[in-house]
Design a binder for this molecule. Structure first.
Ligand code: SAM
Ligand code: SF4
Ligand code: SF4
Length: 344
C-alpha cells in the first residue's frame, strides 16, 4: 500500500490533497436562484434515487481511505441541503470514529438546524457554516426561491451556538440583488460575534444565468465595509484557505471574502469533492467526475481503490478560475456540474 501521509500525493500542479467535501444529497428545500433555479429544479426534476446514493458505509469506507492513505484531516458535509438526508447524525458518528479525522464541518442553509443541532454535535460534528444572504425578508425570500424567512435561519444559528458548534456565516453577493445587505449583514454578525464570509457569485453549473455583470467583486465588498467600519487584511490561517480574511481595526472580529471570480486561488486548491452518487470531482467547475460507486460496489480491495484515487489526484490539472477569462473571451461554453450536486 502506498503511504502518502506526508503530503507526497501531488497533482500535476504540485498541489497536495488535504480536504474532502462529501455531498450527501442532491435535494434541497430551498431553490436559491443562483444555485437551483425553481424553473429548472421543478417537481419533475430527476433527483437521485435512494439506491443511486452512496450508503453511509460506502461514504465511510472512502473517507477512511482518504484519511489513512492520503493524510486528509478535515471533512466537510454538504449537499444539496445535507439535513435533507435522513439520519445524517449516524453518518457523522461513523466519520468521527475514523482515526485521524480532526475536524468535521457541515455547510447548511440552516433552516432545519434548530431540530438537529444537539444530535449532530453529540455525533461528533465540530462546526457549521450557515448560508444566509440577507437580513431582509423580501430579499431573502426571493433569493431562496421559497419565501423562507430570515428568522428560521437565525433560530438555526442560535441552536448551533447553544449546542456548542462553531459557527460561520456565508453570504453570496449578487450585484443588483443583495449588495445593499453587505453592511447590515456585516454589522449584525459582528455584534453577534460570528465570522461572516462574503462569496462572489460564481458561474457554477449551467443553469443559474451567471454573467460577469452580476458579480459584485471582492474589491467593492472590501471598500464598502472599510468606509463604514475600517478593516485590515490578516495572514491566512493555513495554506489553501479559500477566504481572504480581514480584521476590524482595533478588534479581533473578522470577515472573509471568497473571490473565486476576481481573484483566483487555484494555485493552492487542495480539495476533492465527492458527490452524493459517488463521483469524485477535482474542481468545482469540472464537467465530469470519476465514478467511485461502481468500483466500490464491484468489490475492489482497499489497495485497488487507493491506486484509483492516487491516479485521479496525480492526473489533476484543474485551474478553472485562472482560465475563466480565456473561456469568456473566446466564448467557450464549458459544460459544468451543478453546485447542488457537489456542494460548493
Ligand atoms: N445547502 C447548503 C447551503 O446552502 O449552505 C449547502 C450546499 S450549497 C451548494 C454550499 C454553498 O454554496 C452555500 O453557501 C451557497 O450559498 C453557495 N453557492 C451556491 N451557489 C453559488 C453560486 N452560484 N455562487 C457562489 N456561491 C454559491
Ligand atoms: Fe439549496 Fe444550498 Fe443550493 Fe440554496 S445554495 S439551493 S440552500 S443547495
Ligand atoms: Fe479549485 Fe477549481 Fe476553484 Fe480553482 S476553480 S480553486 S481548481 S475548485
Amino acid at each position: 500500500m502506498q503511504d502518502h501521509k506526508n503530503g507526497s500525493l501531488l497533482d500535476k500542479l504540485n498541489r497536495p490533497l488535504r480536504d474532502l467535501r462529501i455531498s450527501v444529497t442532491d435535494k434541497c428545500n430551498f431553490r436559491c436562484q443562483y444555485c437551483m433555479p425553481a424553473e429548472i429544479f421543478g417537481p419533475d426534476f430527476p433527483f437521485l434515487k435512494k439506491n443511486e446514493l452512496l450508503s453511509f458505509e460506502e461514504i465511510t469506507r472512502l473517507a477512511t481511505l482518504f484519511v489513512h492513505s492520503f493524510g486528509v484531516k478535515k471533512l466537510r458535509i454538504t449537499g444539496g441541503e445535507p439535513l435533507m438526508r435522513r439520519d445524517l447524525a449516524s453518518l457523522i458518528q461513523m466519520l468521527s470514529m475514523i482515526d485521524g479525522v480532526e475536524d468535521i464541518a457541515m455547510t447548511t442553509n440552516g433552516s432545519l438546524l434548530a431540530r438537529h443541532a444537539n444530535q449532530l454535535k453529540k455525533a461528533g460534528l465540530s462546526r457549521v457554516t450557515i448560508s444566509l444572504d440577507s437580513l431582509n425578508n423580501d430579499i431573502f425570500g426571493k433569493m431562496n426561491g421559497k419565501g423562507v424567512q430570515v428568522e428560521e435561519v437565525l433560530s438555526g444559528i442560535q441552536a448551533a451556538k447553544e449546542a456548542g458548534l462553531g459557527v460561520k456565516i456565508n453570504m453570496v453577493v449578487q450585484k443588483g440583488v443583495n449588495e445593499s445587505e453587505i453592511i447590515p449583514m456585516a454589522k449584525f454578525f459582528r455584534e453577534q460575534g460570528y465570522p461572516l464570509r462574503f462569496i462572489e457569485f460564481m458561474d457554477v453549473g449551467n443553469t443559474n444565468r451567471w454573467d460577469m455583470k452580476s458579480v459584485y467583486p471582492k474589491k467593492k465588498i472590501i471598500e464598502d465595509i472599510h468606509t463604514v467600519m475600517p478593516i485590515e487584511p490578516i495572514e491566512p490561517n493555513y495554506i489553501g484557505e479559500v477566504a481572504t480574511r480581514y480584521r476590524y481595526i482595533g478588534s479581533s472580529d473578522e470577515i472573509g471574502v471568497i473571490s473565486s471570480v476576481t481573484d483566483a486561488f487555484c494555485s493552492t486548491c487542495n480539495r476533492a469533492r465527492l458527490s452524493a452518487e459517488g463521483k469524485l470531482f477535482t474542481c468545482l467547475f469540472a464537467s465530469t467526475g470519476h465514478d467511485l460507486r461502481e468500483p466500490l460496489r464491484s468489490d475492489l480491495s482497499d489497495n485497488q481503490l487507493i491506486d484509483l484515487l492516487t491516479s485521479i489526484w496525480n492526473g489533476r490539472k484543474d485551474q478553472y478560475s485562472i482560465d475563466r477569462n480565456s473561456y469568456l473571451k473566446e466564448n467557450i461554453k464549458k459544460d459544468k456540474i451543478e453546485m447542488s450536486r457537489i456542494g460548493g
